[in-house]
Design a protein around this ligand. Structure first.
Ligand code: CAO
Length: 416
């Protein structure tokens, strides 16, 4: 089967997580992704948090599948010469260096588009160009704090809290992938490349859109009816942390199930959808609540929503999270067990869909990774192992027209 991005050549100048997540996705869909890494060391994640001595860490293998690795010192003249050739022959260059690094290397946007007017140059930075923090280097949690996620996550009596989900890193990479694909579509019409820039702050904020909604509602009304602070607690002038409250029009909470005293994940998330109130009451064995004026409408329920959750927890006390969901699903109640990473790793449905997949690797044996979360009717993205450092250096150099003697010269100069 021909993959949709086959023939698209990508220079992958990315490292750590935000950039590699983007180029990995494009590689799954068929792009020819050449990861350019510093000779001798490569992407820092190759060695970070290693679980097997001298073998590429999972941090690296799980973000760099389906790519080739070319070692190249792009600060040496010989390395610049190779990069120049690559730029002339490629469609996209993706990078997430610290601010200004590509310019300092001698490959500004103006230089690149002169070399190849069709080139798309895609960048991740912590903050957008011209932002008063645009000189800062940024990692995941910094972005979560700058993008509004941390101030609105956690419990009201605790500090701002970061999420385990990579809102700053992989999420930004996904935004960048959309930008790259858009620029490729644009190029089909204009014949010209362009710069695509995504900041981590902006990408986090894009996911916190509903919190900006809430700030405006709070400014106007002075309260937010779906937050646990309503109606008994206090609101200040900023969106508070709402614990596990549902973010939309339907209240929800994380509720204890059988075994919660010893199992940190013996919980379900339970949602009370307005129109599902009658089924909820029937599922709980509380049919009298259906017509009771203290319970019948969302407005009537809100002042004692935590009493309702307590009653549901009593019902859950003799049920495991899986048993509870199996009952509640029959009543059309939106809910889920709180799944641990161990449960996710062994989930037969996730394995069957390819979302959790096993990948054989030359040095570490088989490891688990997250496959494509995007499913197609005519494409089944196949996940192949991440490359060893410099595994494809000779192959890529040969494809650029370098002879064995030339390659020996580059090695002599320690440029590859
Ligand atoms: N050959 C020669 N030099 C290379 C090279 C290569 N193949 N690859 C990288 N370098 C050089 C860069 O040119 C840069 O040189 P100068 O700063 O001297 O000009 C140097 O390596 C350091 O690059 P860096 O600033 O990107 O790396 P860092 O470890 O200091 O910072 C990070 C890491 C992630 C904080 C920074 O890259 C950054 O802010 N990136 C943008 C935001 C981002 O993507 N963050 C998410 C990372 S995932 O959590």
């Amino acid at each position: 089967m021909t993959k949709p991005l086959e023939g698209i050549k990508i220079i992958d100048f990315t490292h750590v997580q935000a950039g590699p997540a983007c180029t990995q996705l494009l590689a799954w869909f068929g792009a020819d992704v050449v990861k350019v890494e510093r000779p001798g060391s490569g992407d820092v994640t190759r060695t970070q948090l290693r679980d097997i001595p001298d073998v590429d860490a999972l941090y690296f293998t799980m973000l760099n599948s389906n790519k080739k690795s070319l070692t190249l010192d792009t600060k040496k003249p010989e390395g610049k010469e190779v990069l120049t050739k690559l730029i002339k022959e490629s469609d996209v260059l993706v990078e997430n260096f610290g601010p200004g690094a590509l310019d300092r290397m001698g490959f500004s946007w103006d230089t690149i588009r002169e070399l190849n007017p069709k080139m798309i140059v895609a960048s991740v930075k912590g903050f957008s160009d011209g932002h008063h923090y645009d000189d800062l280097k940024v990692y995941e949690n910094v972005a979560q704090c700058a993008g509004g996620a941390a101030s609105t996550t956690g419990f009201w009596d605790g500090p701002p809290t970061v999420s385990a989900a990579a809102l700053g890193d992989s999420n930004t990479g996904m935004h960048l992938a959309i930008g790259i694909l858009t620029a490729l579509m644009g190029r089909q019409k204009t014949g010209k490349g362009q710069r695509v820039a995504v900041s981590m702050q902006d990408s986090v904020l894009n996911l916190c859109r509903v919190k900006l909604r809430d700030q405006q509602r709070l400014d106007r009304l002075g309260y937010l009816e779906e937050y646990p602070q309503y109606p008994h607690g206090e609101f200040s002038d900023v969106v508070p942390r709402g614990g596990n409250a549902g973010g939309g029009g339907q209240p929800g909470w994380v509720l204890k199930c059988k075994g919660w005293e010893t199992d940190p994940n013996a919980y379900i998330y339970f949602t009370i959808q307005g129109h599902a109130w009658a089924p909820i009451c029937r599922a709980l064995g509380k049919p009298e609540w259906i017509e009771d004026p203290h319970y019948a409408t969302p407005q009537a329920r809100q002042p004692h929503i935590f009493d309702i959750f307590n009653t549901i927890e009593q019902w859950l006390a003799d049920k495991t999270k899986f048993e509870a969901v199996d009952i509640l699903r029959k009543f059309d109640i939106p809910c889920s067990p709180v799944l641990s990473m161990k449960e996710i790793a062994n989930d037969p449905s996730l394995r069957a869909s390819g979302t959790i997949t096993e990948v054989p690797h030359k040095e570490r044996g088989t490891y688990l990774t997250v496959g494509s979360p995007i499913k197609f009717s005519d494409l089944k993205p196949e996940v192949t192992a991440s490359p060893l450092l410099g595994e494809h250096t000779d192959e890529v150099l040969a494809s650029l027209g370098y002879s064995n003697e030339d390659i020996a010269r580059l090695r002599e100069a320690q440029a590859v």
